[in-house]
Ligand binder design. Structure first.
Ligand code: C2E
Ligand code: MG
Ligand code: MG
Ligand code: MG
Length: 274
């Protein structure tokens, strides 16, 4: 409930708006200081083959390690970074750190072909991105085929058509494209027709609902995930399930034909020590 000052009736800001503005300004400061003080890093979460559960690749997840506050979750930081365009600089740091982690991991037995998936926001697809990515890969001796660019619908729907051109350029260079959080938002299947993607990542809300206690919810979400998987396979895409936390979820997804999985059941995101 908000308080009025009683004199002129309306007041411009209530306390929650001020709190919000302060929290936001604080995050902006964290981002700026984080960039200059090297607080950002890429944690890696393994992605496993659902047949045999061996590691196929890793997803890079941004972490800001604040010396006083500790690890800050990416959701708030990314939102503010996107609104203020700082996501481009943050993204470049994550890309560099993640690719250098992959180069080190590659020296471990059996890891030489593992892939690295990196998340990208729409603004990151600027004209300089393909060359920047190519030079980073060249410097670390990593083939473009080992890189997966994770995009969301927001990238494909963006009103700047240049963005799709740049995604296409990166794909022709040899990187694969994954459509992240599939099944949330509009998920128009026509994207799959108009825009070439290689991997579909089924959102973790589905991983949760395929074993829902409610029979109706369970049946419908299973039908949906099975249909998405069949369709993706027919379009030549591999399918990854996000957020697998239990053996039951894992078994059901494997039985439904999904190819890969990611989640706390297997591995949490962490700093690679290799
Ligand atoms: P996402 O790309 O869908 O990443 C998967 C999220 O699920 C990650 O959250 C991961 O830590 C979490 N996760 C993995 N396994 C499980 C599980 O078993 N259970 C549950 N409950 N969660 C699991 P995180 O790291 O907080 O990242 C959130 C989102 O922030 C990401 O969603 C992605 O959209 C964005 N993001 C993260 N790093 C970057 C980045 O470097 N650049 C950009 N542009 N966005 C990023
Ligand atoms: Mg992702
Ligand atoms: Mg996702
Ligand atoms: Mg997600």
């Amino acid at each position: 409930a908000k308080k009025r000052d009683g004199k002129n009736g309306a007041q411009l800001f209530d306390n929650s708006m001020l709190d919000h503005a302060r929290a936001r300004a604080e995050i902006e400061t964290c981002i700026e200081t984080g960039l200059s003080e090297n607080w950002f890093d890429a944690y890696l979460q393994p992605i496993v083959n659902l047949n045999g559960r061996g590691i196929a690749g890793f997803e890079a997840l941004m972490r800001l390690n604040h010396p006083q506050k500790g690890l800050m979750a990416p959701a708030d930081i990314i939102e503010v970074a996107e609104e203020t365009s700082r996501i481009v600089r943050v993204g470049n740091v994550i890309m560099e750190k993640a690719i250098s982690h992959l180069a080190r991991i590659s020296r471990l037995p059996g890891m030489q072909d593992s892939y690295l998936a990196i998340n990208f926001s729409p603004l990151q697809f600027e004209a300089a991105l393909p060359a920047r990515l190519a030079s980073l890969l060249g410097r670390h001796g990593i083939r473009p085929e080992r890189i997966v660019v994770e995009i969301t619908e927001a990238v494909l729907m963006h009103n700047n058509p240049e963005i799709r051109t740049i995604v296409g350029e990166i794909r022709r260079f040899g990187c694969r494209i994954a459509l992240d959080d599939f099944g949330t938002g509009y998920s128009s299947l026509s994207y799959l027709n108009r825009f070439p993607v290689d991997i579909i990542k089924v959102d973790q809300s589905f991983t949760r609902s395929i074993n829902d206690a409610n029979e109706g919810v369970r049946q419908k979400s299973r039908t949906l995930v099975e249909s998405i998987t069949t369709l993706s396979h027919k379009m030549g895409c591999a399918v990854i399930a996000e957020g697998i936390e239990t053996e039951d979820e894992c078994r059901t997804l494997h039985d439904m034909g999904l190819d890969f999985g990611q989640g706390y059941l297997f591995h949490r995101p962490r700093m690679p020590i290799a």
